[in-house]
Design a protein around this ligand. Structure first.
Ligand code: FAD
Length: 443
């Protein structure tokens, strides 16, 4: 009962293709995971069941899916440090990626064949235990500060601090992001122009380096590590605690655009004003998220592009990108955010890379797409980047994603790149941490 010949031929082709891809994957696994033996997996209580691996291969972007070899659900920071040490001291290291909320869009919190550290598990573990706390508000003579875990959500930091009437000065627009995740990037919002990015409100951190050492750092002590980690895309260490400056917070705020529209012409229908609690204002994106979730529209692909554009070139950008590319393609869905930024609020010793000019703009194309058409948005993003490159517009990507070292070198510029490289060799010499950023690993 052999199938008829065309069907047989197709079946044969499928079998050969599967065989080739299995062999390919095995080679990949051997390449990445010499050291991830069954013994090591059981010694560190790693999870390698299909469900854990599948979940660790997803992020908010829904564009990139890399299967890890195993997942660590840490019960303490010690579990993480001992895993990193095992990799660092082993004959061949394995890669380790920390997954905060997985709100990256290009697989930055993934690792192909290595271990993903699931920070959500640590958060849940801490919340179950009445004697443990990962957000502490402390009062000193010089003022308030918060000691918060790298795994903590900014929404929880706000809740805890607001009870005492204080709050950090700088926020992200959306608060269900982890402290470690945003400090690895920058952490920006409409308030950054005035208060700087979130990386500018950190006084001290505990960090697990790529050698598995736990180091306390600040701008005075172990300052290379401190500055490297802030905006450092997870390359130099895992943030387990950050000390954040807190200030007296208002109870209520007026949410309005009156001051902004003065002297401008505008359509009256777009003007609004309302009195809300400070917490409600800061947590304003949450209701939108819950609505999208209830409609099944939260887990769709998100081909986002976030750019910093120097002020002197914003009109060229407007003409070439908004008035030309965006207008012609006419596919943009989701919000487009535009904020001004003040370079003097950023500390150039930190890893975050921003334009050279005093004032620059953030433009965020926060696209949602279908599974069948995300490539059209990706093509638009590429066209925007190509246009900027060809026109000499010196944009920097925020939440950057590049695939070649040449692009990364260009992103940081020669001096910053040199420092970045030196810090990598000092703090993660075996290139273990955060391979999903694709800076030092081809993950
Ligand atoms: P992940 O995506 O899990 O991780 C990001 C990177 O940081 C990875 O490389 C990871 O390995 C590394 N990392 C995570 N935790 C640690 C740690 N403890 N120590 C060292 N490295 C770590 N960004 C803004 O600045 N402002 C916004 O207003 C804003 N709004 C957003 C709204 C939405 C709906 C989404 C999806 C994203 C938004 N972002 C915003 C982007 C967000 O800051 C990034 O996605 C960031 O990575 C934080 O997300 P996360 O905590 O899930 O980190």
């Amino acid at each position: 009962n052999y199938p008829s010949s065309p069907t047989y031929f197709i079946l044969l082709l499928i079998t050969i293709t599967r065989l080739i891809s299995t062999v390919g994957n095995k080679t990949e696994h051997l390449h990445n995971n010499f050291n991830l033996s069954p013994d090591l997996i059981s010694r560190h209580n790693l999870n390698d069941d299909p469900e854990s691996l599948e979940s660790a291969s997803r992020d908010f972007g829904n564009l990139v899916h890399h299967l890890p070899r195993a997942v660590l659900r840490p019960r303490s920071h010690y579990d993480i440090a001992s895993l990193v040490k095992a990799s660092y001291e082993g004959p061949v290291p394995f890669t380790i990626s920390v997954k905060g909320q997985g709100h990256s869009t290009r697989g930055q919190a993934m690792t192909r064949g290595g271990v993903v550290v699931d920070m959500r598990a640590l958060r849940e573990e801490i919340s179950k235990n009445k004697n443990k706390k990962n957000i502490r508000v402390i009062r000193r003579e010089e003022g308030y500060y918060g000691d918060v875990g790298g795994e903590a959500l900014w929404a929880d930091v706000l809740q805890e601090a607001a009870e005492i009437g204080v709050a950090p000065a700088s926020w992200t627009d959306y608060l269900y992001l982890t402290v470690g995740g945003t400090l690895s990037n920058g952490g920006i919002s409409g308030q950054s122009f005035k208060y700087g990015p979130q990386i500018s409100i950190v006084n001290e951190m505990d960090v697990i380096t790529g050698k598995g050492e736990v180091v306390t750092c600040s701008s005075h002590t172990n300052s290379e590590l401190f500055h490297g980690v802030l905006g450092g895309l997870g390359q130099f260490g895992i943030i387990t605690r950050a000390r954040i400056a807190l200030h007296p917070a208002p109870k209520m705020v007026k949410w309005e655009i009156q001051g902004l529209v003065e002297g401008l012409s505008y359509m009256p229908g777009f003007y609004y004003e309302k009195n809300v609690s400070y917490v409600e204002f800061l947590n304003r994106v949450r209701s939108g998220e819950l609505k999208l979730q209830s409609e099944g529209l939260w887990d769709v692909p998100h081909p986002w592009l976030n750019l910093f554009i120097p002020k002197s070139q914003i009109m060229d950008f407007d003409l070439g990108v908004f008035k030309n590319i965006i207008f012609k393609r006419n596919i943009t869905t989701g919000p487009v955010l535009i904020y001004p930024m003040d370079r003097s609020k950023w500390d150039n010793r930190m890893s975050a890379s921003i334009p050279e000019e005093d004032i620059f703009y953030t433009v965020g194309f926060l696209h949602s797409s279908g599974f069948d058409n995300w490539k059209a948005f990706d093509a638009q993003n590429k066209e925007i980047l190509k246009f900027c490159n060809d026109a000499g517009i010196k944009v920097k990507q925020y939440l950057p994603h590049y695939t070649t070292q040449e692009d990364w070198t260009k992103h940081f510029g020669p001096n910053k790149w040199r420092t970045f490289l030196e810090r990598k060799l000092q703090f993660d010499p075996r290139m273990i941490l955060s391979p999903g950023q694709r800076i030092f690993n081809n993950d």
